[in-house]
Design a binder for this molecule. Structure first.
Ligand SMILES: *[C@@H]1O[C@H](CO)[C@@H](O)[C@H](O)[C@H]1NC(C)=O
Ligand SMILES: *[C@@H]1O[C@H](CO)[C@@H](O)[C@H](O)[C@H]1NC(C)=O
Ligand SMILES: *[C@@H]1O[C@H](CO)[C@@H](O)[C@H](O)[C@H]1NC(C)=O
Ligand SMILES: *[C@@H]1O[C@H](CO)[C@@H](O)[C@H](O)[C@H]1NC(C)=O
Ligand SMILES: *[C@@H]1O[C@H](CO)[C@@H](O)[C@H](O)[C@H]1NC(C)=O
Ligand SMILES: *[C@@H]1O[C@H](CO)[C@@H](O)[C@H](O)[C@H]1NC(C)=O
Length: 610
């Protein structure tokens, strides 16, 4: 009985030993849920049965070993595993790779990350080279170890220098050619490592492809020279500056070809792919967009307001009044903008005169053409059409002793008259304001002559006749040669012989206005009277009316007449002339020549002065 019991026990033991030793010769993991593996470093089994060797932490290693050792003899093994190398972003680089390791020990704590793949260590003096076999899927090639400069598959024995390496590919018998494999695609890759004691074959294939007929690498190696009795099999992976999530999804190992069990690929877990980065982007975009849109809208509105304001400001600044009847005067019409620019915005610097009805500015048009711009304020639109017509007609008057009128411009409440600029200013500045050089007797006679011919032209040469209506020293300009030129047609009107004289408004300056003006109305005669007063002005060097003087001298015309009657005419001459003047006879002869220019009015002049 005891004997039988002992026998049963002994057989059971043998059976169990056999069973266990048989189990030890092979294993299959379709996913690692039930697996009892030794892991270190970053390696761990994730829920779902994925063996993660590394995540994307830099410069780390991860190891996973089948916990039981194998006897090395008989020296053959067959393995098939599925791995996935998933870089942080699909299509980007990742590192550093994984290796199938055959090692006498599971303790690889001395090993280095990066290009050493957690298998080998940075060589130091004194450490003997390890006894190791590594089949590497190297995704970062290093100059010091790798012949191939791209991700590659290599066989390393005892040293990180590969004894053989190849670009990842498989031989497709269907296509009859090699098909390359992207190690970093994130897709599962099948790897076979077969060793029959002499040849070490390595094959690769994508998950949906059968084991290729021809291995990628076939290397003759005598592993008996490396390993003595016990070996462990497992995986190692490392990260460097480049990182990947590196996974093993399934693993089958066998000591003999006959017992080898294929993986059930349909049962393998799925390697998680990197979250698509764009998911992050829409979030801030959604949050920001209302704010951004609001900002942009506010900005656009502000810009529009500013632009609109600028436009209105400019339009207002350069606004003009233009009516349909003005079309025919187009060539004589100046734009306000051009005048504004010519006069530097009607600045103080350009102000050259100020009269009863406006200010005069000096300006420069393009091509250095100098102009004088008279600004008249007017409120009534009434009569404007007639006025402009007159101005334009006067612009067409051509005489060497007239200041040429170039054109006009109309704005609301404002009229601008543009004439040629006379560089020497007006005569009154020389007569009353002591502007140098003071005028000589001959110069004065010459200027009187000039103005006489200008008035003669206006009264007889122009058709219809033109009345100046405001002849006086301040309206006589001197041109660059010292010639007198009659200017300022601002107050002039047309004399139509058929029109009712009294209907024409009485205008002019006190002292130049003929006495009969009040009762008779304007006529060419009133211009002649004013011219007579102007002659006295020039010869006597004083204004027609000067209230500060003693009563008998206050009115120039009256005073001269009285002096003439009392035979003391010379007293009235301009004291600045000194002794320089022509004798009475000559003077009279000169005047007679001048007056003969408008003989028809001689009587009127004679009556009022001589
Ligand atoms: C990687 O795993 C380690 C340990 O499990 C953890 O400390 C680290 O945060 C992980 N890194 C990343 C990038 O997930
Ligand atoms: C692993 O090996 C190192 C020396 O390389 C040793 O210091 C360490 O104690 C070993 N670890 C284990 C768990 O045996
Ligand atoms: C390592 O050994 C080499 C010679 O084999 C020597 O030149 C080198 O200096 C040694 N380095 C160290 C750190 O001992
Ligand atoms: C396929 O690749 C292997 C190993 O890299 C090489 O020996 C073989 O010539 C290649 N075959 C073809 C058809 O390119
Ligand atoms: C290795 O591949 C060669 C063909 O290249 C083949 O003859 C040999 O049987 C293979 N060995 C193993 C162990 O699969
Ligand atoms: C392999 O190496 C061992 C030990 O060095 C030796 O006994 C054996 O003959 C070698 N086998 C071959 C095929 O060279």
């Amino acid at each position: 009985m005891d004997c039988t019991l002992h026998l049963v026990l002994i057989f059971s033991c043998i059976y169990l030993t056999c069973l266990s030793s048989q189990q030890e010769t092979r294993f299959v993991y379709n996913g690692f849920d039930q697996a009892d593996l030794f892991t270190d470093g970053l390696a761990k089994i994730l829920p779902g049965g994925i063996l993660q060797l590394t995540n994307t932490t830099e410069r780390q290693v991860g190891h996973a070993f089948f916990k039981q050792s194998f006897d090395f003899a008989p020296s053959e093994f067959f393995t098939h595993f599925v791995c996935a190398l998933v870089p942080p972003k699909l299509g980007a680089d990742g590192g550093h790779g994984i290796a199938f390791v055959v090692s006498p020990s599971m303790n690889l704590s001395h090993a280095s990350p990066t290009q050493y793949l957690g298998v080998f260590s940075i060589p130091t003096n004194g450490t003997s080279s390890p006894h190791l076999l590594a089949i590497e899927l190297d995704t970062v090639s290093t100059v010091e170890f790798d012949v191939l400069e791209k991700p590659h598959v290599g066989i390393s024995v005892n040293s990180p220098l590969s004894v053989e390496s190849a670009l990842p590919s498989y031989f497709s018998s269907a296509l009859g050619s090699n098909v390359s494999i992207n190690l970093l695609s994130g897709e599962p890759i099948q790897v076979w490592v077969d060793y029959d004691g002499t040849l070490l074959n390595v094959s690769l294939a994508p998950i949906n492809i059968e084991k290729p007929n021809r291995p990628l690498m076939s290397r003759s190696i005598n592993l008996s020279e490396i390993f003595e009795d016990k070996i462990f099999v497992g995986f190692s992976a490392s990260t460097g500056q480049l990182t990947s999530n590196q996974y093993i999804l399934g693993w089958s190992f066998s000591r003999s070809k006959e017992l080898f069990q294929a993986l059930d690929l349909s049962k393998l877990p799925q390697a998680p792919l990197p979250h698509d980065e764009p998911e992050k982007a829409p979030l801030p975009k959604d949050k920001l967009s209302p704010l951004l849109i609001g900002l942009v809208v506010v900005l656009v509105i502000l810009v529009l307001i500013v632009l609109g304001g600028l436009y209105l400001y400019r339009r207002n600044k350069y606004a003009e009044v233009r009516e349909s009847w003005e079309r025919e005067y187009g060539p004589h019409r100046f734009s306000y903008k051009s005048l504004y620019k010519a006069t530097n915005g009607f600045g103080r610097d350009g102000l050259i005169g100020r009269g009863g009805f406006g200010e005069v500015y000096k300006g420069t048009l393009p091509l250095s053409r100098h102009i004088a711009v008279k600004r008249l304020s007017h409120d009534a639109e009434q009569g404007m059409k007639q006025f402009v017509a007159e101005v334009v007609t006067m612009g067409s008057l051509q005489h060497r002793n007239l200041v040429p009128l170039l054109g006009y411009c109309r704005r609301k409440g404002e009229l601008l008259l543009v004439s040629e600029y006379m560089p020497c200013g007006s005569l009154d500045q020389y007569l009353f304001h002591n502007r140098n050089p003071s005028l000589s007797w001959l110069q004065r006679i010459s200027i009187l002559n000039d103005i006489a011919s200008a008035i003669s032209y206006l009264h007889t040469g122009a058709s219809p006749a033109v009345l100046h209506r405001d002849i006086k020293a301040s309206n006589v300009m001197l041109d660059s040669e010292g010639n007198g030129r009659l200017g300022d047609f601002g107050m002039a009107g047309f004399h139509d012989p058929r029109a009712n004289l009294s209907s024409t408004a009485a205008v002019g300056t006190i002292g130049y206005m003929a006495p009969e003006l009040i009762t008779m109305g304007t006529s060419t005669r009133t211009d002649v009277y004013a011219f007579g007063a102007f002659i006295l002005e020039v010869t006597c060097g004083r204004r027609p009316v000067e209230p500060e003087l003693p009563v008998e001298k206050q009115y120039l015309v009256k005073w001269v007449c009285e002096c003439w009657r009392s035979d003391s005419l010379l007293e009235t001459r301009d004291p600045r002339l000194g002794g320089e003047f022509l004798t009475e006879e000559h003077t009279l002869a000169r005047f007679l020549t001048i007056f003969s220019r408008y003989r028809s009015f001689y009587a009127s002049v004679n009556a009022s002065i001589i």
